[in-house]
Design a protein around this ligand. Structure first.
Ligand code: DQA
Length: 147
């Protein structure tokens, strides 16, 4: 379990590739998964990759990540609304790297607030699919002791 990274994706990310490509790019969720799998393989880490459109299911995914090396979390729109997801991260004591494909700070004001950031170890946004790889590198090289 400590050598597993969970990559968790929130609502509408299943539509990557066709969803607002001018904002999110042309990579599909399968492309994101492949890039994450390659990054984890380079570090000899196992990976669990999941996506859900449902807030409670994401809470369950976070609970199931307990004991892992850490979580790469793109909670998508729930980033900006979900106390339940923030509480789940605190409850299970997970190391979370928050990732967004787009630069949320260059977008609408409601995207500037994140319930995840205060309980995340780090935040990466605006770098597209590359952000996921950087987050996995951080979890791998810091051995879960990013400070
Ligand atoms: C997102 C940014 C969020 O504001 C948005 O609701 C998403 C995707 C991103 O990856 O850029 O669904 O998390």
């Amino acid at each position: 379990m400590p050598d597993t990274v969970h990559v968790l994706n929130g609502p509408n990310l299943n539509l990557l590739g066709t969803r607002e490509p001018e904002v999110y790019g042309h990579a599909t969720i399968a492309d994101v998964e492949a890039a994450c799998r390659a990054a984890c393989a380079r570090h000899r880490l196992d990976m669990v990759f999941r996506q859900s459109n449902h807030e409670g299911e994401l809470v369950t995914f976070l609970q199931e990540a307990r004991g892992s090396r850490g979580v790469v979390l793109n909670a998508a729109a729930y980033t900006h609304t979900s106390v339940a997801i923030a509480d789940a991260i605190k409850a299970v004591g997970l190391i979370v790297v928050e990732v967004h494909l787009s630069n949320v700070f260059a977008r609408e004001a409601f995207r500037h607030h994140s319930y995840v950031s205060p309980v995340a170890r780090g935040v990466i946004c605006g770098l597209g699919i590359e952000g996921y790889r950087l987050a996995i590198d951080a979890l791998a090289t810091a051995g879960g002791r990013i400070s």
